[in-house]
Structure formats: C-alpha cells, structure tokens
Design a binder for this molecule. Sequence first.
Ligand code: ATP
Ligand code: MG
Length: 488
Amino acid sequence: MLEDGLTQYQQTPILCMDVRAVSQLIADDSYSNEPARHLEQVMDVVPQHMFILEANGTLCFANRAAHEYLGPIEAVSTTQRLASIIHAEDLGGLLQAYQDAIAHGISAEAEARVRNKNGEYRWFVHQLFPLRNEEGDIVRWCGTRIDIEGLKASEEIAQRETLALREEIDTVAMFEEIVGTSPRLKSVLARVTKVARTDATVLITGETGTGKELIARAIHKRSDRSDKPFVSINCAAIPRDLIASELFGHEKGAFTGALQRRLGRFELAEGGTLFLDEIGELPAETQIALLRVLQEREFQRVGSNQTIRANVRVIAATHRDLPADIAAGTFRSDLFYRINVFPLEIPPLRERKEDIRLLIEYFIDRYASKAGKIIKRVDRKSLDRLQSYPWPGNIRELQNVIERSVILCDSETFSVDQSWLVRETKLGQPLPQEMISQEKDLIEAALAECKGRVSGTSGAAIKLGLPPSTLDSRIRALQIDKRRFYAN
Ligand SMILES: Nc1ncnc2c1ncn2[C@@H]1O[C@H](COP(=O)(O)OP(=O)(O)OP(=O)(O)O)[C@@H](O)[C@H]1O
Ligand SMILES: [Mg+2]
C-alpha cells in the first residue's frame, strides 16, 4: 500500500513523478496556486485516470484520460457516480475499500470493472490515498485508476489453461488406456491414484495379461517422477548370469565379454521409476543384491567397489504366488516384505466381465482405424461368445483375438471365429493360476533334469510326453529361461 511505498501498479510510467511531492502541492490550501495548476497539466498527459477529491468527497479534478474514458462526468456524489460506472459485481468491494480508507485515513487499493462512455467494461485497479497538509491533516484525496484489462485477460487464460490441463491429466493422461468401469477395476485405480504420489514400493500381482505393466506405467505417469524415465526390465527374459549386470551395470572387463563399461537399469532410471517385471524369476544372488539396494538405496556396478546412490522408485510385478515361492525356498521372504509395501492385485478379466463389452469396443476402434476399416456393429452371437469366454490370457488374449478378427473382417459387422476361442484352452475352461504354476514347475523340473535340453532322447519333451515343438511353445508362453538349466 501507499503508506509504505509504491504498489506494483505505481511502478508503471505514470508516476515517474514523486507522488508525495504532488501530494504536497495539491494539499496546499491555495490549491489554485500556480504549481498546482502545472501539476494538473502534468496529470492530463499521463495515460492513467487521476482524480482529486475534496476531503468531503466532492470531485474537484479529473484528468483528460478519465474524461476520455468516461465521457462527461456527472456532478453527483462520489458514491452515486461510482454506482453508475462500476460493474455491479465489483461495486460493493470497491466502496468497502474506500470507506475503510476514509474511516482510518489510510490509502486503499481494489480491482473493479469500469464502464466506458460506450457502455463497455474494462478491469482497473483503483487507488485512493490521502493528501495531508503540513500539520498532517487530510485535506484532499487523490484517486488513480490503472487499466489492467490485458493483465486480467492473460491471468484468465493462464487459469483456464491450468484447469484444462489438470482435467486432462486427471482423465486422459492417467487412465487413458485403462479401459473398464467394473467396481474391481475402479478400486484398483483408486489405489493407484493414492499410491502414485508417494515413493512407496509397489508390488503388482495378477495373472498374465491382466494389465500389470499398464498399471505400473500409470503409477509412474501420476507420480512426481513422471518427467523422469520409466525403465523396465523383465527378469524372466534375461539369462540369470547377466541379470546383475543388467540391473546394476558393469565395469569394462568385469567378466568375459564385458568389453565396455555399461550402465545398469538402476542408473538409467535415476530420478524416475524402475519396473521389475516378473520379479519372481530373479535368481537367489540377485535377490540379495536387490534387497540391499532397496534397504540402503545404493549399489555397485559389477566389477566395481564404488558405491552409487540410487534415487529410484521401484515397482515390481509378478504373476507368481510369491508366498508359495517363499515356502518352496525359491524367493527370499525379506525381499518379499521389502517390495510388498503397497500390494496391488489386478483381478482377472473373468472376474470383471462388465468390462468385456467396453474393451471389445475399444479394441475394435483401435484396430479398425489402424487397418483403415469401418466397423459399425458387433455380431450378436460373437458378442455372447466373447462375453461368456473365460479369457485365461486375460486382456492380452482378448486384444489378440480382436486384432485378428478385425484383420479378417470384410464387412461392417464384426464377428469372431468360434474356433479361436475354444482353441485357446482345450476344454474352454480357464486355466487357474495354480494350474499355470504347476505346469511351469513341472516343465522347470524336467528341464533341470535334462540340463535345459528340450528335444532328443535325453530331452525334457520325451520326459513329459510332449512333442518338442509344443514344449518349446509352452516354455516361451510361460517365459521360462531354459538357459538357467544348462550344465556349467
Ligand atoms: N484395462 C485395460 N484397458 C485396455 N487395455 C488393457 C487393459 N489392461 C491391459 N490392457 C492391454 O493388455 C495388454 C496386456 O497388458 P500388460 O502387458 O500390462 O499385462 P501384464 O499383466 O503385464 O501381462 P504379463 O503378465 O503377460 O506380462 C497390453 O497390450 C495392455 O495395453
Ligand atoms: Mg507384463
């Protein structure tokens, strides 16, 4: 406020002249004196509106800018005049500020829209300050109005843009690809929203194809780390002897074949999020190293003694039953408790059938536009089939079936070949999680016995009574790394 110095508005060119000097001159009892008249002329050339009021509020001077904006100024009381030119929504606030200033002999500042002679409103900041004589008594008041329409407009645009952006972030960016309205999915998404902003380690569990990676990405996108990298590593897809170097990097010459120094995923994810997919497949020694990073937030590259600090949020995922793996001695319980800070269980599609219809529409849309086709309807029978199918491969399987069907579709009506759905599971029944892990255990045991060999007389296929090609495709589907079983 003016008592303490100039406000932001008065740092504009208008008041290159010293307000207090002006005040002194105008506060002189002989206001008609020559210096005061000079000041009126000066005030006439400034672009801001300026007024001088008698102590009782009667207007005694308005500069040219004010006249030009308002047109003829009526000889009525200040309150009446203000009521006729100030926007009804802003009048109360302005009068209140003025009344307070007059009651306490202090200056006032308020924003209010003022109508011009053509009836249009613009935003102004209004200031009123007392002019005192040498004894310190208030003898007049000086009012100024500074046009802030441009400022207001850009403020509004910025506000609108922020709002629009926030809405977009809330609705689109976050869950843009996560389709579904079932209560089960909604409760997962509500938990995603809650945990995203924290730095807590998240463990996502769920059958294959339920959307674990999608959820991990959604958490990252919603977190404060979203402008930093999201790095993922599939622990099942990397040979066990390379996994430590993949995670922590290695120095040149750390092992045979380490020709260059290489950064690991922890370093690549610095400041961001590291997604450890299929964490249940980590070999025992890497489980210890990972536990150390999670506990101490630091690690060493393979072949180096130098400790590197890690600022990384970890999200892990698995389709395995980790407590069962702990019981079987293949997963460390201390690591489990470290990663299971915030568990998120993604329900299988057959337990949220309400979402199937929406997903069908979503995938048809996506693949039809990709294939340049127009699909307007879904054949009733196909829809029933899709809705009653148990989807053992969950959303990924549904997505594949729809993509294939769209490619083959040559009319505007979408239909699905029944044989595909039956073929996916021989009995048309979902493969429960226990069966999947039993199958995996069985295959892994056979591979261990046969030292990773699939075919041939001493291969696992003969042991399991399967054609080698079928076993190979099951090994791929179950993401088993057969190299783990090779003889050293
Ligand atoms: N709710 C959903 N809405 C739309 N698409 C989805 C949804 N959930 C999953 N998907 C899609 O299904 C596919 C499988 O999802 P994702 O890879 O996240 O599953 P996953 O659980 O990690 O599978 P896996 O265990 O096999 O690694 C992806 O293409 C993903 O985009
Ligand atoms: Mg995955």
